[in-house]
Ligand binder design. Structure first.
Ligand SMILES: NC(=O)c1ccc[n+]([C@@H]2O[C@H](COP(=O)([O-])OP(=O)(O)OC[C@H]3O[C@@H](n4cnc5c(N)ncnc54)[C@H](O)[C@@H]3O)[C@@H](O)[C@H]2O)c1
Length: 349
């Protein structure tokens, strides 16, 4: 098992190991204590993993309650959120009790926002069960729900008290959900580590413990320097600005990972055209994304993408921060005007 220590506004450990789910009660008791544990999960994960977690929590003296909602992004809304906090209140959770998010990024984001706001903040544990949640959303403290006008528009920065990543849970993921997470893993390789990128080339499934640990360390290092997302943390958005455009144009039918893959290719191509990056970066990136069955191109035009991207919340006045790769393992933030963004889209597609 690997342990990564995060020191942000809260200090906590991320434990990454195989078959650690049956030990969750012990780890949670040691990290946060408390009397009641409220498991928040979705209906798919519930059928697969709640029983193991519940058993372990009870064996460690917890009173266990559980809230289950229908899986999928469409549940990450104000109505489910209000339902969850009512559930916590009716069950009289106090500030020393604990919310346990068991699931992917949807569960983690929403349970995290409930934990951040119920009684102005109670104990919070993340148990990620998708690759995306393991390498990205469970670490770093971003929590949120969606509004009708856009994704993640209401939320809070709220770090967990411990993250327990049992990567054997990833065995039951649908291949396309696993691949979505691969896009984020490859992103870390491009922005921060050639060594990680090379490991991805050898097959992400073959080396999960090391690869997840490496991604968590990269995210930890960035979050520790810019917890509240005012600068450096934006590096994690490599491929995401154009990717969000692709997702939005498709009415969210194209998944996040696929959209990010397309976004990474487009921005890399545009960076090469600007003379800031070499052609071989694009070739390696294509090869790596291909190995994970991720798409490389979109049929949406620069005009279509441009109009939806202008409504992205990450757009800061007239300037947009794009993440551009200089080589595999190094990327920088590059501010462009909205006019330049249009040129970049034309050049990257
Ligand atoms: N907070 C952050 O920093 C951050 C970062 C990136 C993404 N996100 C958010 O994460 C969300 C996407 O997360 P996701 O990709 O994990 O999606 P998700 O939580 O919807 O999970 C995808 C699907 O996999 C199923 N599933 C989960 N674990 C499973 C398992 N072990 N076996 C079988 N099926 C399983 C779920 O029920 C769901 O149907 C988005 O809402 C996004 O905004 C947040």
């Amino acid at each position: 098992m690997k342990k990564v220590k995060v020191t942000a506004s809260k200090e906590y450990n991320v434990l990454i190991g195989k078959d650690i789910l049956c030990e969750t009660g012990r780890y949670i008791k040691e990290a946060v204590g408390g009397r009641i544990a409220a498991i928040i999960t979705d209906d798919i994960v519930d059928g697969l993993y709640s029983e193991t977690v519940e058993k372990s929590l009870k064996a460690n003296g917890y009173i266990v309650i559980k809230y289950v909602f229908p899986n999928g992004e469409q549940s990450k809304n104000a109505s489910t959120y209000i339902d969850i906090i009512n559930f916590l209140a009716k069950n009289k959770l106090s500030r020393s009790d604990v919310v346990v998010a068991l699931g992917g990024g949807v569960v983690g984001d929403m349970a995290g926002f409930a934990a951040a706001t119920y009684l102005r903040g109670i104990k919070f544990v993340q148990i990620p069960t998708t690759l995306l949640a393991a390498v990205d959303s469970s670490v770093g403290g971003k929590t949120a729900i969606d509004l009708e006008v856009g994704k993640n528009l209401v939320g809070a920065f709220y770090q967990p008290d411990i993250v327990l990543c049992d990567y054997s849970t990833l065995d039951t993921l649908k291949p396309e959900v696993f691949n979505d997470g691969c896009a984020e893993v490859i992103k870390y390789g491009v922005i921060a580590s050639k060594e990680l990128f090379d490991k991805c080339m050898l097959g992400i499934k073959n080396n999960l413990e090391e690869i997840i640990t490496e991604c968590v360390k990269i995210k930890r290092d960035i979050v520790m320097q810019d917890e509240f997302d005012t600068g450096l943390r934006q590096l994690l958005n490599f491929g995401h600005t154009i990717g969000h455009g692709v997702e939005a144009c498709s009415g969210y039918k194209i998944t996040h990972g696929s959209a990010v893959a397309i976004g990474m290719i487009a921005i890399t191509k545009a960076t090469i055209n600007l003379g800031l990056c070499k052609q071989d970066v694009l070739e390696y990136l294509k090869e790596c994304l291909n190995k994970c069955d991720l798409p490389l191109y979109t049929t949406y035009s620069a005009d279509e993408l441009y109009s939806v991207m202008l409504s992205d919340k990450k757009i800061d006045g007239a300037k947009i921060s794009l993440v551009i790769p200089l080589k595999i393992g190094e990327a920088i933030l590059h501010k462009v005007s909205t006019k330049e963004l249009k040129d970049i889209l034309i050049s990257g597609l």
